[in-house]
Every structure is written in structure tokens, then in C-alpha cells.
Write a protein that binds this ligand. Structure first.
Ligand code: C5P
Length: 290
């Protein structure tokens, strides 16, 4: 059954399939400010995205199917356990064939599964098969789902449902590094020693230098527990901080992926090449921050 795009009807061309990028989510800062009665933690986080992404392709089909391809496909479930499948089911869309091209590591603190699910929902919307759900309705799939639905820099509070705009980020490059250790998000939260920390401090400045200096004064409160569970993260942070041109090194989400921020592209690319050579077992990727 052909589907018609909402935009571009004048082209008289049915859209047979839709492909969406599912960019890496980066918690530039992540403060744990409290805990709800149900055990979920309250956060105050500045979230951004990098143009390092999985790709999701969706097309109408007689029955639901999922094909997982790409360099990081190993171990990713290709059935109803996958968040992309769950998102399609929740949207109420008719059956679709989904191809998920994995470039991002899983269980890595960069929201891969959530970003894939959000990209699936955007693709279904472009195909005219489902409307975009209310972000709050997506929390049941994962606390990072709402923020991934419209991937752009935003302040995230509550457990992930309260999203507020932030000034445009300065031009920055980021280097993502994962040492090949999968960390369980519940295990990292459970290992937290202090659950009631202050939220983000002060106002986000506009220029790259001032922004990085402001960010250096914020934290990722999940770094200490993640470091206890995976001490190799300390090596990743030290390796990033030692790269020429790196303005800040920090862990994203519940880890183990860490990021380095670079005001210029060439040092970010040079650092990516140097770290890939020095640590062939680590996943290393450079991209623009948005
Ligand atoms: O919802 P999501 O799949 O991202 O979270 C996985 C687990 O991480 C939750 O079941 C919960 O144990 C923990 N978590 C939390 N507080 C949050 C987000 C996640 O305690 N804000």
C-alpha cells in the first residue's frame, strides 16, 4: 500500500520507505537531584546530540519484521524485545519492515536504543502511518525516549519528561570513546552514594570558551559509581583530556562512553586518529555537536 508524505504531495510520488538518522545522545552535564517514590532518579541534565548516528529505515509490510545490520549489530535483538519494535507497536501503526543499521555501541550511555526508537517514530510519521506520540507517553519505553524524539540541545529534568529550551550551543566538535565495557543503567544508579545533589548552576554562556568553562563547573553525578563498576573509564577520561585541543572530558549518561569537547574540527579528528591507533579495542568516533 503506497503511503503519501504529509509534505510534498504535489510531487505525486508515494514514499515507499523513510530513513531517519538516530544520533548519539550526549549528557553534557547530568546532575542527580533526588529520587522518586518509585525508585526513579530525578535529573537535571544538559543534553545534546552528535552527528554520529544509527540509521533506521521503515517501510510498510504485510507483517512486522526487524533486520539489524551494521558494524555494531552483534548482540542487538532483532525481534519484539528491541525498542524500535516496541515503539512501532506503541504508535499504533500498521505492520512495517524496519532495518536498523547500528553504528553506536549498546548499553553505552549515549541513548542508542532510545534514539533508534525515536527515529522509528519519526519515520512512521513521515510515512503517514502514525502521528508523533506525546513525549511523556514514551517514558514507559525509556526515560531517554522523550528527549530523543526531537534531537537537539535541551535541558532535561524530572526523570526525562521535562524538556526546556536552551540557547544555541556554540560550534563544538565531540569525540566519543567507549572502552568496550557495557554498563547496566540500573546498576550504575544503584551504586550512587549521594542522590540529592544541586542542579545545574548558573546560566549557559554563548561562546565556545565560556561555554566549556561553565560546563567544567557542572558534573556527571553518575561518573563516580560508573568508575567503581568499570575503572577503565578513568583511563578513557585521562586519554581524552590529554588530547591537544580538548576543552573538556566527561562521561555521558550512565557510561561507559566518554566525550571530549573540541572547539575546532582538526584537533578532534587528529585525536580520533591518535586514540584509535593507541587503543584499537576502543570505539572512537568524532562528530559535530548539535
Ligand atoms: O528508563 P530507562 O530504560 O532509561 O532506565 C533503566 C533503569 O535505570 C530504570 O529502570 C531505573 O532503574 C534507572 N533509572 C533511574 N532514574 C532515571 C532513569 C533510569 O533510576 N531517571
Amino acid at each position: 500500500m503506497p503511503c503519501w508524505p504529509k509534505r510534498g504531495r504535489r510531487l505525486l510520488q508515494p514514499i515507499a520507505k523513510a530513513t531517519e538518522a538516530a544520533p548519539a545522545k550526549i549528557n553534557l552535564a547530568l546532575h542527580v537531584t533526588g529520587r522518586r517514590g518509585d525508585g526513579y532518579h530525578l535529573l537535571d541534565s544538559l543534553v545534546a546530540f552528535a552527528d554520529i548516528a544509527d540509521r533506521v529505515t521503515v517501510e510498510p509490510a504485510a507483517e512486522m519484521s526487524l533486520d539489524v545490520t551494521g558494524p555494531r549489530a552483534a548482540g542487538v535483538p532483532a525481534d519484539a524485545r528491541n525498542l524500535v519494535w516496541k515503539a512501532a507497536a506503541l504508535s499504533g501503526a500498521p505492520p512495517v519492515a524496519i532495518t536498523l543499521e547500528k553504528h553506536l555501541p549498546a548499553a553505552a550511555g549515549i541513548g542508542g536504543g532510545s534514539s533508534d526508537a525515536a527515529a522509528t517514530l519519526r519515520a512512521l510519521e513521515r510515512l503517514g502511518l502514525a502521528s508523533l506520540p506525546d513525549p511523556a507517553d514514551l517514558l514507559e519505553l525509556g526515560a531517554d525516549l522523550p528527549v530523543c524524539l526531537s534531537p537537539r540541545a535541551v535541558r532535561m529534568e524530572g526523570i526525562g519528561e521535562t524538556l526546556s529550551p536552551v540557547p544555541p550551543l556554540p560550534p563544538l566538535w565531540c569525540l566519543l570513546v567507549n572502552p568496550g565495557v557495557a554498563l547496566s543503567t540500573p546498576a550504575v544508579f544503584a551504586a550512587l552514594e549521594t542522590r540529592e545533589n544541586p542542579g545545574l548552576r548558573g546560566h549557559m554562556p554563548v561562546g565556545a570558551g565560556a561555554f566549556c568553562a561553565w560546563l567544567a563547573g557542572q558534573r556527571n553525578d553518575l561518573e563516580p559509581p560508573a568508575l567503581r563498576l568499570a575503572p577503565v573509564i578513568r583511563d578513557v577520561l585521562a586519554a581524552l583530556a590529554a588530547q591537544p585541543g580538548c576543552a573538556l572530558a566527561r562521561m555521558s549518561g550512565s557510561g561507559a562512553t566518554c566525550f571530549g569537547l573540541f572547539p575546532a574540527e582538526a584537533p578532534a579528528r587528529a585525536a580520533a586518529a591518535a586514540l584509535s591507533r593507541a587503543e584499537p579495542g576502543w570505539w572512537v568516533a568524532a562528530g559535530r555537536l548539535a
